[in-house]
Design a protein around this ligand. Sequence first.
Ligand SMILES: Cc1cc2nc3c(=O)[nH]c(=O)nc-3n(C[C@H](O)[C@H](O)[C@H](O)COP(=O)(O)OP(=O)(O)OC[C@H]3O[C@@H](n4cnc5c(N)ncnc54)[C@H](O)[C@@H]3O)c2cc1C
Length: 410
Amino acid sequence: MNQTPKIAIIGGGASGVFCAINIKESRPEADVTVLEAGIHPLHKLSMTGGGCCNITNDFEGVGALQQVYPRGYNLLKKLFHDFDHAAAVEWFTRHGIPLYTQDDHRIFPVSNSATDVCNRLLGTLNRLGIWMLTGRKVTAISVNPDNKFSLQTSSGDDISDELFDAVVVATGGWHRDALYDSLSALGVEMLPPVPSLFSLKVKSNLLTNLMGASVANAAVQIPGQKFRAEGGLMVTHFGFSGPAILKLSSYAARHLADNNYKCDILINWLGKTEDDTRAELTDIMDVNSRKSITSAHPRGLTQRLWEYLINRAEIAPATKYSELGKKNLNKLVSTLTADIHHVSGRGQFQDEFVTCGGVSLNSVNSKTLESKNVPHLYFTGEALDVDAITGGYNLQGCWTTGYVAAKAIN
Ligand SMILES: Cc1cc2nc3c(=O)[nH]c(=O)nc-3n(C[C@H](O)[C@H](O)[C@H](O)COP(=O)(O)OP(=O)(O)OC[C@H]3O[C@@H](n4cnc5c(N)ncnc54)[C@H](O)[C@@H]3O)c2cc1C
């Protein structure tokens, strides 16, 4: 590359801006330009963590990385040696963004403000002399005979071409657009993008009355598949949501898309084994034998949810615990631990948080994130086939890949 390399970052999101800053900090002579299609750089970052910006996670209690990164865990395992969550905490603190860790292991800025984080990052970009060109959509990328990248950009009706020595693709979750096709034409393997982290639609009259009900520790799974998740579960006006469902949608993102978001879902309302559930119910029966079964219920359930489960198990609510009998006890255990519903679609009340798919990890060097086919072409963030469950892991993926690509360019 030139003494003063011209580097383009396509996409002014979290990973692109982070990469640009890290390039320029270690190579001040580089001419770095961020090309951002939208008017506001870091738009998605400004919405993260409900506006508070869940920057990363302390990863305590994460056994295998696969638990939190359904796609990209092997790559990140390697790259975390270069830049992990501790490095991110140090980096942000050093750049005037002190952080704190919540009891649930999520890490936030002390200001609790995503806007503050965005302003600091953009301020750093400006101070370092990095060009941020907004309203510039890159529509094509090609390589000249002298190995320079030609980027075609459009801004309204204005279409222009510019040459660069190196390019970082940091476009976030993909749509099938001109740039996607252009990269495919260069030999970059692209995996079709599908949404991840969404709620599930379930049509059931029984559930309608349960709207707003929630449990803290459910277990959900897709019968006959390996996908299983645990955590909070909420009944909404259209089906199920909450951490357990979002996690399941992440683990099963590709499977659900392939099946047009139609499948069965099995709910274990208390996340306990059949034996433990039976033991708890038996204790309740012993203590409340003279009372009706609606009068006492397992801990962790609301009265409304308990009445739903009794109804679902087709047991008369007036039945006394002493009259329940083994058959009905079995029905209750089965409904509590394996309540099956049919999913008819995915929730669409908001944008998906992240996208599964994108640049295949087979087509990038796992140490540098450089394309195996096209030298000096790099990929970061969600543009890669890397995505995570909620909790700050997605942004950590952006910081790590942004840092590693920047270091490789230097
Ligand atoms: C509502 C919401 C809340 C979230 N909360 C969290 C959270 O708390 N913690 C967490 O870890 N993750 C969270 N995420 C996920 C996280 O925001 C993303 O993983 C992260 O922003 C991805 O960063 P990125 O740089 O890869 O892409 P993006 O942030 O999406 O940025 C890509 C940029 O590229 C631009 N672009 C795209 N195509 C072109 C083109 N052809 N030419 C020029 N520019 C282009 C886009 O306009 C965009 O600005 C949340 C996501 C959403 C939507």
